[in-house]
Design a protein around this ligand. Structure first.
Ligand SMILES: *Cc1c(COP(=O)(O)O)cnc(C)c1O
Length: 373
């Protein structure tokens, strides 16, 4: 047997994630591994926490990165907060809202679904109507940036409505963090989770989360233990909040956390609002180029995610052939349609480090050539 080292091709990643990782983040990943209780590492973790508080725009003490991808952040928010006695209103306008429902069902809590149209934002009036008919609701959950459809929902308004009905909010910000406006404290979000590999442009495998004081109280005062030992946040809160001495729960993914630290330093250096503006500007450039090629958007203007552009595959064009052409000829990955949009749409990501002039130009030129063939 002589299996050789794996040398991946140099791709340009313009799909729904992972996104292009900057060379700075990749070099941070290669720095020497230290022990996860090493004083220098603990110092770095404190910085990660401050940087995440900045990215989320929150002062929440319980702001940390779960050692697993975004799906684990989702599950952590649900299993820590929701008990079988709860009634959770979940807004579903794509694949990830549907996963939230599954999480609630597995906990054994009651779920009430606000169904929306794929490719549209969540309708605030539909949430309001449902909450009026669901007086026992305790939580409202929704996806801020639906990566399966490219729709952006008005998280601020949805949280206002939830609060008016005395519900706590669980918000999926996997694709929104760093890419569009997100203000956890100002909007009153109680539990929020994200992913490292979307607009933070870090390697996959970490899930930033943040819990409000109210949410943290629920977690600390639970009578029924969280059914997942690994995701039970009461066991790791001490580590992240610095209360008492840091103790062993699981081995932190040391080098991945160097990478997250570096990507967050880059975000801080750029400025959060500048990052939001850059995503919007690159989206506009891409959108006008796509329209010139006769490619139209699935999501109406005003509800579009700048970082995830879902477009109709033009009539008569072979979906798989085009994506294969882009990959083989240009090392360029764009996303296929997901769920209801499988086979009928492409999802072109402009996330984090990928939201650059070079990528927009490459994508437009390569698509033009692919369509001409
Ligand atoms: C990618 C994504 C997830 C899941 O994250 P993973 O890191 O793939 O587990 C959840 N929600 C949304 C909106 C996403 O885009």
């Amino acid at each position: 047997m002589s299996i050789q080292s794996f040398i991946p091709p140099q791709r340009t990643l313009m799909g729904p994630g992972p996104s292009d990782v900057s060379p700075r983040v990749l070099s941070a990943l290669a720095r020497p591994t230290v022990g996860h209780l090493d004083p220098t590492f603990i110092g770095m973790m404190d910085e990660v926490k401050s940087l995440l508080q900045y990215a989320f725009q929150t002062k929440n003490t319980y702001t940390m990165a779960i050692s697993a991808p975004g799906s684990a952040g989702m599950e952590a928010c649900f299993v820590n907060l929701v008990t079988p006695n709860d009634t959770v209103v979940v807004c579903r306008n794509g694949v990830f809202g549907a996963r939230m429902i599954e999480n609630v069902e597995r906990i054994g809590a009651k779920v009430v679904v606000v169904d929306g149209t794929w490719g549209r934002a969540v309708d605030p009036q539909a949430l309001e109507d449902t909450l009026q008919q669901t007086p026992d609701a305790t939580f409202v959950a929704f996806v801020h940036a639906e990566t399966s459809t490219g729709a952006l929902s008005d998280a601020k308004t949805l949280c206002e409505i939830a609060r008016k009905h005395n519900c706590l909010t669980i918000v999926d910000a996997v694709t929104s963090l760093g890419g569009v406006e997100l203000r956890v404290d100002e909007w009153g979000i109680d539990a929020v989770y994200s992913g490292s590999q979307k607009c933070l442009s870090c390697v996959p495998g970490l899930s930033p989360v943040s819990f409000s004081d109210k949410a943290a109280e629920i977690i600390k005062n639970r009578e029924l233990p969280v059914q997942s030992w690994f995701l039970d946040q009461s066991l790791v809160m001490g580590y992240w909040s610095g209360e008492g001495k840091r103790s062993y729960h699981h081995t932190a993914p040391v080098n991945s956390l160097y990478a997250l630290h570096e990507s967050l330093v880059m975000l801080q250096n750029e400025g959060l609002e500048n990052s939001w503006a850059r995503h919007k500007a690159q989206h506009k450039k891409l959108a006008s180029g796509l329209e010139a090629l006769g490619i139209s958007f699935v999501v109406p203007e005003g509800e579009r995610l700048p970082q995830l552009n879902t477009v109709h595959i033009p009539e008569g064009v072979d979906d798989a052939k085009v994506r294969q052409f882009l990959l083989n000829e240009y090392n360029l990955e764009i996303g296929a349609g997901l769920g209801q949009f499988a086979g009928s749409a492409w999802r072109i990501g402009l996330m984090g480090y990928a939201a650059r002039n070079e990528n927009v130009l490459l994508c437009l030129a390569a698509l033009k050539e692919a369509l001409a063939q």
